[in-house]
Design a protein around this ligand. Structure first.
Ligand code: MN
Length: 293
């Protein structure tokens, strides 16, 4: 393959969805066209949103299985509490990573009502042999950052060139935030064994000759070893990558699993208040109900 040739790019519109108490967000994964990028199986872009005085994001206690929740904070602060007893505020430039394994529950709340909020929230499917692992919570207060060609790169997950992220994941994955301090074009090195996706979180982007507006997902199948990315000043892009999943996952509500039985068991356990998920200290009795199967 000629290095000059543009990779084939699939264009996927994100869809508006509702989070917590009526906050509209953009959901870029899963969509009808594409359910996963590597083990990345869920991508919500929250905000940037200006809350009215006294208001904020509040998501009551809800369970997860067989996945990791990944929060990348861009503006504002969110307070995470979970059934392991973890309590952590995540601030701009930081990542919260919760490994659900066999089951965990958590709440998420704005720290300061009326504060502007901007974040990306993702899920990472766990491989089958980790599906029942002990739940865990990790906070990464700072991540590897570097400047190149007028852009600021922050490595969130995996490896890029000589850089390596500390985040604990269980399949080959990449996550990177790219901010254009000045308008310009850079060449992104790609792992040819990975599929990739790029999403403009602010501004717009051009991949090769193709233009993408904010919240429009660009998907690249495995193959190319580089792509050219052009950004206007102030634009911000999220780059995801990973080895295509070896076997399909099932996703239903807040659960990932490898069989309908696993999903059904999780739904029954949460609905019946089974100790599998524990309880979130300080959740104020807010508990989200699982829909009927
Ligand atoms: Mn959650």
């Amino acid at each position: 393959m000629s290095l000059k040739q543009d990779p084939i790019v699939e264009r996927i519109a994100s869809r508006p969805s509702t989070l917590g108490e009526g906050l509209t967000i953009h959901r870029a994964l899963p969509t009808r066209q594409r359910r996963t990028v590597g083990a990345w199986c869920f991508l919500d872009h929250l905000g940037p949103i200006e809350f009215p005085a006294g208001e904020g994001l509040h998501v009551g206690a809800h369970p997860h299985t067989c996945l990791q929740t990944f929060t990348w904070m861009i503006e504002g602060e969110m307070h995470h509490r979970d059934s392991l007893g973890s309590e952590q505020i995540v601030r701009p430039g930081q990542v919260n990573l919760m490994t659900a394994g066999r089951g965990v529950a958590h709440t998420e709340d704005s720290v300061s009502p009326g504060q502007r909020l901007h974040a990306a929230q993702l899920w990472i499917a766990l491989p089958r042999d980790m599906a029942d692992c002990e739940p865990a919570f990790d906070h990464y207060p700072s991540l590897t950052q570097w400047q190149q060609a007028g852009h600021t790169f922050t490595l969130l997950v995996g490896r890029y060139e000589r850089h390596m992220a500390p985040t604990r994941v269980y399949t080959p994955l990449l996550g990177m935030d790219i901010v254009a301090d000045a308008a310009g074009t850079c060449t992104l090195a790609l792992n040819p064994g990975f599929e990739h996706a790029l999403l403009a979180l602010e501004g717009e982007m051009q991949l090769g000759q193709e233009h993408f507006v904010q919240d429009e997902l660009a998907y690249l199948a495995p193959g190319p070893d580089q792509v050219s990315l052009t950004l206007g000043a102030g634009s911000r892009v999220l780059l995801l990558g990973g080895e295509p999943l070896a076997e399909p996952i099932l996703m239903w509500w807040n659960f990932v699993g490898y069989s309908q039985e696993e999903i059904r068991n999780a739904q029954v356990a949460w609905t019946s208040g089974d100790p599998r998920f524990g309880s979130v200290p300080g959740d104020g009795g807010r508990r989200l109900a699982a829909p009927a199967l």
